[in-house]
Structure formats: structure tokens, C-alpha cells
Design a protein around this ligand. Structure first.
Ligand code: AP5
Ligand code: ZN
Length: 210
């Protein structure tokens, strides 16, 4: 299964990708996580992406396309993968086509902008593994500590309210047109994001069959 998760920042793409990749036994690939990791390690790509990412703008297409090209060549992608946060612009989607990647399904997780602002203001992420939590909706067992590896939970720089509003504007302008792009190919399924993570998972799994 080659799956794309579309949706606004904070719609729950990363949260769903984590559950579904385990169920299907395929890797979840998040361009956001890859870029954050590069930034943490101070690589050239990370430094190039830093100012864009922290201000809530998109990183230039050629950078993320390069990341994905390299990642999809790895062995664990042979039986499929979940793309979380890529493509995010029409040129990125066109690049996937040019790479000869045949996508099976595109799931768009829809959540209203007001709910997004609530979700992102309460999000906490693990400094070491990137796992995502929410102070109310998905708390860690011990406050401030990752369940998986004991890493410290921090607030992402781009989760500040002003930056979130900018990210939402960028989403509506540059990423939403992808719905039509994949609708025309007959690949798009819409899932209404639910209050409970497990309810969204059920709808998403059902949409994979539909
Ligand atoms: P990226 O890391 O991809 O961020 P994003 O798309 O903005 O998405 P988020 O990670 O914020 O949200 P999500 O939908 O995964 O939600 P989550 O599951 O965490 O990208 C960051 C930046 O990198 C971009 O701004 C850009 O600069 C750059 N970048 C990345 N890819 C790029 C690309 N292709 N091209 C160009 N630039 C790129 O959930 C959010 C919160 O809500 C969590 O706290 C979670 O616990 C909670 N939650 C989840 N589901 C529910 C639920 N059902 N009910 C209640 N709470 C829930
Ligand atoms: Zn962790």
C-alpha cells in the first residue's frame, strides 16, 4: 500500500501515520521529522531549511523532493509506505509522478482551523524520537517524559500561535489544491477528523478499503 496523508498542520497526520504503519507493516515517512532531525544534527540541508521551517513557511520544493527521492529508494519501502506531509505543493506531487511512484490512496484528514489551533497549542513532542503527545487529548504517562524512550517533551518552535496561523494560511494556499489534483485521479478519500484518535483511525482504515 502506497498511501499519502493529506491535511492541515495539526490535523493528526503524524498521529494516524504512527498507528497505521504498525497495522500495515510499512514505514511512515514524515518530511517534517526528517527535516527536524537534520536541523538537530546541524547538517547542510537542516541549516538550509531552518529559517523556512521555524517561520512556518514551506521549505523549497527541490530540497524536500531530494529528501523523498532518497528515502523511497531504501529497502523498507519495497512493500509500500505512508507519506506524512509530502507532497505539499503541486510541483511536489508532479515530482512523485515523475519518479514513477504509483500511489494507491490519498486520505485527506479534515479538521476545522479553530480545532487545529487548540491541538497545536497543547502538542508536546519528544526531543529524541519525535513522538507526538497532547496535554489533554494524548498525555504521556509521566508529565514531560516520552513513554517510548524517556526523552524530554518539548513545544515545537513552529507551534507558537502566530506561526500556526501562518502555517494554516500556507496550507490553504499551497497544499489544498492537491485535493483536486488527486480527486481527478480518483485516489482521494476524505476523512472527518474526530475528537478521539481511535475514531479517526477507524475511519481512515475504512477509507483505505473504499
Ligand atoms: P510537519 O512536521 O509535516 O508539520 P505539519 O504538516 O504542519 O503537521 P504537524 O506535524 O503539525 O501536524 P500533524 O497533522 O502531523 O498532527 P499531529 O498528529 O502531530 O512540517 C513542519 C514544517 O516542515 C513545515 O511547516 C515546513 O516548513 C516543513 N516541511 C515539511 N514537509 C514539507 C514539504 N513536503 N514541503 C515543504 N516544506 C515541508 O497532531 C497534532 C496534535 O493534535 C498532537 O498534539 C496530537 O496529539 C493531537 N491530536 C491528533 N489527533 C487528535 C484527535 N483525533 N483528537 C484530539 N487531538 C488529536
Ligand atoms: Zn521519545
Amino acid at each position: 500500500m502506497k498511501l499519502i496523508l493529506l491535511g492541515a498542520p495539526g490535523a493528526g497526520k503524524g498521529t494516524q501515520a504512527e498507528v497505521i504503519c504498525e497495522k500495515l507493516g510499512i514505514p511512515a515517512i514524515s518530511t517534517g521529522n526528517i527535516i527536524r532531525e537534520a536541523l538537530k544534527n546541524g547538517t547542510e540541508m537542516g541549516l538550509r531549511a531552518k529559517s523556512y521551517m521555524e517561520s512556518g513557511a514551506l521549505v523549497p520544493d527541490e530540497v524536500v523532493i531530494g529528501i523523498i527521492k532518497e528515502r523511497l529508494q531504501q529497502d523498507d519501502c519495497k512493500n509500500g509506505f505512508i507519506l506524512d506531509g509530502f507532497p505539499r505543493t503541486v510541483p511536489q506531487a508532479a515530482a512523485l509522478d515523475e519518479m514513477g511512484v504509483e500511489i494507491d490512496r490519498v486520505i485527506d484528514i479534515e479538521v476545522a482551523d479553530e480545532a487545529i489551533e487548540r491541538r497545536l497549542s497543547g502538542r508536546r513532542v519528544c526531543e529524541s524520537c519525535g513522538a507526538s503527545y497532547h496535554v489533554d487529548y494524548k498525555p504521556s504517562k509521566v508529565e514531560g517524559v516520552c513513554d517510548k524512550d524517556g526523552g524530554k517533551l518539548i513545544i515545537r518552535k513552529d507551534d507558537q500561535p502566530e506561526t500556526v496561523r501562518g502555517r494554516l494560511a500556507t496550507y490553504h494556499e499551497q497544499t489544498e489544491p492537491l485535493k483536486e489534483f488527486y480527486q481527478k485521479k480518483g485516489k482521494l478519500r476524505i476523512v472527518e477528523g474526530q475528537e478521539e484518535v481511535a475514531d479517526t483511525t477507524k475511519l481512515t482504515l475504512a477509507a483505505l478499503e473504499a
